[in-house]
Design a protein around this ligand. Structure first.
Ligand code: SF4
Length: 299
């Protein structure tokens, strides 16, 4: 099930234009968009803003690494499975696994595999995790929507309008009847030794996903955000799945008392064209930063 916010906005916008035409013959200029921020890039913006600028404004790119490709493949396989469930069909683990294999071995994808993770390694890990997801996560979850797409959510701040885009992985229904979002994260440290998904810093993205899904669905999602972790270890012991909730992702985004939230701070950065570097970032390296060879701030 997918929701297209643009279609929704066009419907609302169409009615608004008619109303404006009746009361005011002159067109009303829409406020200028300061910038467009993909939800998945949100944490980069507050890690190294200059890296965000290189990636999203200058459009500098690095080939995707094997780990990122495995993450994309896991998103695909789990979405294939859950989409069938939400549509009322009988989900097929074979179809989910086929989708994973297709993504990993896609000859058109620009992926830099290395000896740490070859395509066949990724395939074996991905298949094992897809099966664990179906066996351990699916039975405890009821989803209302899968991959809720948002092509444009414009948020007006004191500094101007910021446009958000992205896809919310899941809208879930909790045991107490509330709806909330769930975000799938894969990686070598996605699940801790107690079997809980790692949530540190994830609220930056999940808060955005929640805002986008609420606008697409036009109703509040009151349940806590949830992270579904898929740990991509090479051994069976390292291939764990787990979940954990995030209590409050809204306050950091919208602010509190007189303190501006991250959306306002992002708008100020975009308005000022000011993107501070962070040479202490964990991802400050030529492997992860496409602007590394241009940047003069790292050591
Ligand atoms: S090289 Fe480091 S400091 Fe410079 S933009 Fe990239 S991540 Fe930021």
């Amino acid at each position: 099930m997918a929701f297209d916010l643009t279609e929704f906005a066009e419907k609302v916008g169409g009615d608004m234009m008619k109303a404006q035409t009746l009361s005011a013959p002159h067109p009303v200029a829409a406020p200028a968009i300061l910038g467009t921020v993909r939800a998945s890039s949100w944490s980069t913006m507050f890690d190294c803003s200059l890296r965000w600028y290189y990636q999203n404004v200058m459009k500098l790119r690095l080939p995707s690494g094997g780990a990122a490709r495995l993450g994309t493949a896991l998103h695909k396989s789990t979405a294939v499975y859950d989409t069938a469930s939400v549509a009322g069909a009988v989900p097929s683990i074979e179809h989910a696994c086929d989708a994973l294999v297709d993504v990993i071995h896609d000859p058109g994808a620009d992926v830099q595999w290395d000896d740490d993770l070859r395509p066949l390694d990724a395939e074996a890990i991905g298949l094992a995790l897809t099966r664990r997801y179906v066996a351990e996560i699916v039975p405890t979850h009821e989803y209302r929507a899968v991959e809720v797409q948002c092509t444009a959510l414009d948020i007006t701040t004191d500094s101007g309008v910021i446009r958000l885009t992205g896809t919310t992985d899941r809208v879930r229904l909790t045991d107490d009847g509330q709806e909330g979002i769930a975000d799938i994260k894969s990686g070598s440290k996605a699940v801790d030794t107690n079997g809980r998904a790692v949530t540190k810093g994830r609220h930056l993205q999940t808060g955005i996903y929640k805002l986008m899904a609420e606008n697409a669905l036009q109703r509040p999602l009151d349940a806590p955000d949830e992270i579904i972790g898929l740990q991509t270890g090479k051994t069976e012991r390292g291939q764990r799945v787990g979940v954990a909730e995030i209590a409050d992702s809204r306050t950091p985004l919208v602010g509190f008392d007189e303190v501006p939230g991250l959306i306002e701070l992002a708008a100020r950065m975009l308005k000022a064209g000011s993107f501070p570097p962070n040479p202490q970032s964990y991802l400050c390296s030529p492997k992860y930063c496409p602007g590394f060879h241009k940047c003069r701030f790292h050591d």
